[in-house]
Structure formats: structure tokens, C-alpha cells
Design a protein around this ligand. Structure first.
Ligand SMILES: Cc1cc2nc3c(=O)[nH]c(=O)nc-3n(C[C@H](O)[C@H](O)[C@H](O)COP(=O)(O)O)c2cc1C
Length: 424
């Protein structure tokens, strides 16, 4: 089943789109049509009307975020693109940037124009050397062709873009920790308010946006808000979505599909079904911080509203599938071990709460847990959800999914005195 390709329209296997190809295929037309011709406020309104929501995990409406930004205030202001992408099961931004890095350069230049920003940073995951190289080359090419730098396309608008490597910890994806990381200080999260739009990088107004979010902006500028909304299959949603598939599927690749595509189509058609003809047991629909869905959810449309109503979240749309032989207690322990390791230690619920959840889950796996441990496990989310930033709250996603859908599996570990799947 094929669907309209927007973000992946220029993608060719094993290739990175050069400036020449990007221009041949309509690239930088959106920038040329906006800079000096369209008022920045009109571009902000267009993004608001398009219904674009952040693709980095939280799904905050981008136009609304831009409406809080003091675009007309004097002095330095910053645009930061978040390409930290360390969430297990999420790799869509890498796929996009290695294929088409100029899409981000153009998206950032347009966003900078809309927001009155003159300096931008792309904050790239430590391990993403291919992304780093592709972006550095694209920035140099765009600079040489007059799409970046001073007096872009002969106008008064100037925008400099810097590519910056992350130090390689998950917390750096959290936007205020990222700003600390960019400033070269300890990357713990910052207290909000003040929000980055008021006091962000170097104390100046800053907007942080995800790679995929920004790459949508040139398409919205070229084709309009109604066109963008029309790409979604479900009412009230907008655009396409990059789905990064992983786990027990026959095809673990990244696909661009319409917002609202049913989970069943993602799994059975694009993912080629569950490996070795086994049954689908569960999935993380939106990266490691989202509650599990089960086979009962296969007809749920994959969009922000429907996944919220199904008790999970669209998150980053990194879909990790688990087959019938998976022990969901062990899978959750594996995820929680990652979150516990990546806690920055700044607040008690995260620093002490996550290792305690791992300890409890390990007791189930080893057959050392009784009903008291189940009660203790159930009590953890209320405490841990009080964490300073969303890292630990995200870690509660799979735990809450486990408790909601697989309580019987926890009890089976108690009655059998260990893992019924032969783990631990
Ligand atoms: C622990 C943690 C890690 C995160 N990692 C990322 C990331 O790698 N990329 C990203 O875009 N957003 C990440 N986020 C969300 C960002 O804080 C922020 O909401 C996002 O970059 C805003 O962009 P958007 O509105 O375009 O989605 C993370 C959040 C948390 C709490």
C-alpha cells in the first residue's frame, strides 16, 4: 500500500541529496517565496493554521509555541533543532537527515525568518557521525549558494546555522538540559518558568524544535495549511508521520505514512507482519516512553488524539513490536534499566525511584516477588511522576502499560516462582 511521500519524497536508498538535486526537485522555493515577500507574522499564522504538532515526543502545537515567542523583541534570539534522538526505538530523524539534510536547513531558515532569529544550532546525537557529516556539508553548500549567512537571497534577513555534537546522554534530549549542554555546563533540566521562549540559550529567547517538525515547514509554506491538514486520515490531525519500526517484525525500516494510519496496517503491511509467523502480543507505539498497546488495539488510528484515548501516546512514532513469546516483565525491566542508567540524578523521584522499580521487576523475574511487591510496584508511578523533568515520567509509560495490560503476567511470575518464559 503506497501513500503520498512528503518528507521522504526525495529519499533514494544509500544516497544523500546534494544541493544540486535539492534545487532540481523544488528545494529552497519555499524560502525564496517567503523571505522578503511574506511578513514573518503571516508565516507564523500559516504554521498555526496548519495544525502542525511537535514530532519530538510531546506533540505540542508548533504554531502555538511560535505565538508565545517574542519575535519582534530586539537583541539575540535562538532557534535550536533537537537531533539528540537517544530514545530506544527512535531513529526517524537520522533517516531523514542522512537522506535529505537541506530540508532541515531550509526548514530552519524559514522558522528563523518567521521568529526573527539570526542564529541557529542543530544539536546532534553523539553517535550520529553520518548525520553530522551530511549536515556540515549541507550547511556549507547552502552558505555558498546564499541560502544561509548575511543578506539571504539579497534581502536584509541573515541567519547563521551551527552544527553541534551532543555529549551522548539521553537527558540532553530534554530541551532545557540541551540548552545547558549547548552552553557547556552540567546538563540537568532547568526550572520552568521561565520557559525557553522567555529565557533560553545564553539567557535569550529560544525555540527548540524537533528535526521532523522543522522539515515540515517548507512544505507547509509551499502548499498551505489546508493541504497539510488534508494529508491526515483522521479528523483534527495534520500531516504525515515518520514511523520507525523495530522489534519482532519482518521489516524494521522507517516509513512515511499518513497521520491516522491504523496500527494494523503499520504492523502487517509495512512491517511485513510478526517474524516467524508468530502472534502480535504488544507494542510501544511511540518510543520507549509510551505505554504498551496490545492486540486489542490493532485497529487504533496512529495519531495524537486516538493514541491518547487508547491510553498511550504517539510520542516519536518509534513502533517496537513484541511477539507472543516475549516476557513483558523482562521487556519492561530492560527499558527501565535504560531510564535508570540515564537519569541525570538531579531529582529524587528519578534518581532513586527508577532503580527501585528495576529492583522490584528483577524480583519478579527471579521468582522472589510476592503480592506485596505488586502493591509496591503499583505505588511507584504516583511518586515518580513528581519528577523534575519528563524523563522519569516517560519511564513510567511502559510500567503503567505493564500494570494495565499484563498484571496477570506479573502474577504468573509470583505463582510459578520465576519467569514463565524462561528468562532470568
Ligand atoms: C528525556 C527526554 C529526552 C528527549 N529527547 C528528545 C529528542 O531526542 N529529540 C526531540 O526532538 N525531543 C526530545 N525530547 C522532547 C524535547 O524536550 C522537546 O519537547 C522537543 O524537542 C520540542 O520539539 P517539538 O515541539 O518540535 O517536538 C525529549 C524529552 C525528554 C524529557
Amino acid at each position: 500500500m503506497s501513500h503520498p511521500q512528503v518528507l521522504f519524497a526525495r529519499r533514494r536508498p544509500g544516497q544523500t541529496v546534494s544541493l544540486e538535486t535539492y534545487l532540481q526537485e523544488g528545494g529552497y522555493q519555499a524560502l525564496g517565496g517567503a523571505v522578503g515577500k511574506q511578513a514573518p507574522a503571516a508565516l507564523r499564522k500559516l504554521v498555526l493554521d496548519s495544525g502542525l504538532r511537535g514530532r519530538g515526543g510531546a506533540g505540542f502545537p508548533t504554531g502555538q509555541k511560535w505565538s508565545f515567542f517574542p519575535a519582534d523583541a530586539p537583541g539575540p534570539k535562538y532557534l535550536v533543532c533537537n537531533c539528540d534522538e537517544m530514545e530506544p526505538g527512535t531513529y526517524k530523524d537520522r533517516e531523514l537527515l542522512v537522506a535529505d539534510p537541506h530540508a532541515l536547513v531550509e526548514g530552519m531558515a524559514l522558522a528563523a525568518y518567521a521568529l526573527g532569529v539570526t542564529h541557529g544550532y542543530v544539536f546532534v546525537r553523539y553517535d550520529y557521525e553520518d548525520v553530522f557529516r551530511a549536515l556540515e556539508r549541507a550547511v556549507a553548500e547552502a552558505h555558498g549558494a546564499g541560502f544561509l549567512g548575511e543578506r539571504i537571497l539579497g534581502t536584509d534577513f541573515g541567519f547563521e546555522l551551527h552544527v553541534h555534537g551532543s555529549a551522548g546522554r539521553y537527558i540532553l534530549g530534554e530541551e532545557t538540559s540541551l540548552l545547558n549542554g549547548l552552553e557547556g555546563v552540567r546538563p540537568n533540566p532547568r526550572l520552568r518558568p521561565p520557559f525557553p521562549a522567555q529565557r533560553g540559550l545564553f539567557g535569550r529567547p529560544t525555540t527548540v524544535q524537533n528535526v521532523e517538525t522543522l522539515c515540515n515547514v517548507p512544505h507547509i509554506a509551499l502548499h498551505g495549511a489546508e493541504w497539510f491538514k488534508g494529508l491526515a486520515l483522521t479528523p483534527g490531525e495534520a500531516g504525515t508521520k515518520l514511523f520507525g519500526l523495530s522489534g519482532h517484525l519482518n521489516r524494521t525500516e522507517c516509513f512515511e505514512l499518513p497521520m491516522g494510519v491504523p496500527l494494523r496496517e503499520v504492523v502487517e503491511v509495512h512491517g511485513g507482519g510478526v517474524r516467524q509467523g508468530r502472534r502480535f502480543k504488544a507494542c510501544l507505539p511511540g518510543g520507549a516512553s509510551t505505554p504498551y498497546l496490545t492486540a486489542a488495539h490493532l485497529d487504533v488510528p496512529m495519531d495524537f488524539g486516538n493514541l491518547d484515548r487508547a491510553g498511550s501516546r504517539l510520542g516519536t512514532a518509534g513502533v517496537t513490536v513484541f511477539d507472543e513469546r516475549t516476557c513483558m516483565v523482562a521487556a519492561t525491566l530492560n527499558l527501565l534499566t535504560f531510564f535508570a542508567r540515564e537519569s541525570c540524578g538531579w531529582c529524587t523521584p528519578c534518581r532513586d525511584g527508577l532503580p527501585y522499580v528495576c529492583y522490584l521487576l528483577e524480583r519478579f523475574e527471579r521468582g522472589q516477588a510476592g503480592r506485596e511487591e505488586l502493591a509496591l510496584l503499583k505505588a511507584q508511578p504516583a511518586f515518580i511522576n513528581q519528577s523534575f523533568c519528563a524523563l522519569a515520567q516517560g519511564a513510567m509509560g511502559p510500567l503503567e502499560g505493564l500494570l494495565r495490560h499484563f498484571e496477570q503476567e506479573l502474577l504468573d511470575h509470583v505463582t510459578r516462582g520465576g519467569c514463565p518464559f524462561g528468562g532470568a
